[in-house]
Design a protein around this ligand. Structure first.
Ligand code: ADP
Ligand code: MG
Length: 244
């Protein structure tokens, strides 16, 4: 019994070992181990796996740069009747991430765009997938700085890794042409490869005010929209809920 325990402890130390590679599990299969040993093996392995998953999720959460915790459970659909709850619940199953499709959330300030976008990112993390949150302004700055420092390739590669990229607040700042070109590069790179969720207080028809060029706006919007669900929210601000 004691040997078994030491064995298990050693194996667990050795992360990345598959259970079927574990001798104890093999012995168990051949019924060489007694019942209590089997129980112990099972409990220890499951606890170790649980801890490992928790650490993975914790790491993914840190990596995601999500600014505030937002869960779909906390979203009050009755407050925002133009949102189709069924559509959101379907999107929450993350089929769109597996299909490498995008979501555009368009609507006035406070209507819940960031909340929903972050909820999708949190759901990805729950499933052990990488998600990354950034505002459009910060993304433009990050890319421009990377280019200046000769690190564009590396930064682009890092922005290709997450299964879901949330680009929040398209429309809050106007970008210069160089930044818009870099945004296009990124959107084109992720096109049909990895998902993007964009939130904007501007309808797509006004995005050229943000990107400063009709041509660039068209190619950016084209790639974002081709495989995307566009969610137009027309409603009051939740922030002003108690003052209305
Ligand atoms: P937007 O990004 O559209 O400007 P947010 O998603 O940031 O708006 O929402 C503003 C605040 O109100 C956030 O704290 C958010 O969690 C909350 N909120 C917005 N809509 C809802 C809702 N329908 N139910 C619950 N909380 C909401
Ligand atoms: Mg927002």
């Amino acid at each position: 019994m004691h040997d078994l325990y030491v064995d298990i402890a050693k194996r667990l130390n050795d992360l990345g070992v598959r259970i079927e590679e574990c001798e104890v599990a093999a012995a168990a299969k051949e019924s060489k181990a007694d019942h209590s040993a089997l129980m112990l093996t099972d409990r220890v392995l499951s606890l170790a796996l649980q801890k490992k998953n928790e650490r993975t999720v914790e790491t993914l959460r840190k990596f995601s740069r999500i600014p505030v915790h937002k869960r779909l459970e906390d979203f009050d659909f009755s407050f925002q009747p133009t949102i189709d709850e069924k559509q959101i619940r379907r999107l929450a199953t993350l089929g769109f991430v597996h299909a490498r499709e995008n979501i555009l959330l368009i609507g006035p300030p406070g209507c819940g765009k960031s909340h929903l976008a972050i909820s999708f990112a949190e759901l990805c993390i729950d499933q052990g997938m990488r998600a990354y949150y950034i505002t459009m302004s910060d993304l433009a700055m990050k890319l421009a700085e990377a280019k200046k420092a000769g690190k564009l390739k590396r930064v682009m590669a890092s922005l290709m890794r997450p299964s879901l990229l949330v680009i929040d607040e398209l429309g809050y700042d106007h970008l210069d042409l160089e930044a818009s070109e870099l945004i296009f590069k990124l959107v084109a790179a992720r096109y049909e490869q990895k998902s993007i969720v964009v939130t904007s207080n501007f309808p797509i028809s006004r995005w050229s005010e943000v990107f400063g060029s009709d041509a660039l706006t068209q190619v950016i919007a084209d790639r974002l929209i081709h495989h995307a669900e566009i969610i137009n929210i027309k409603g009051k601000s939740y922030r002003l809920k108690d003052h209305l």
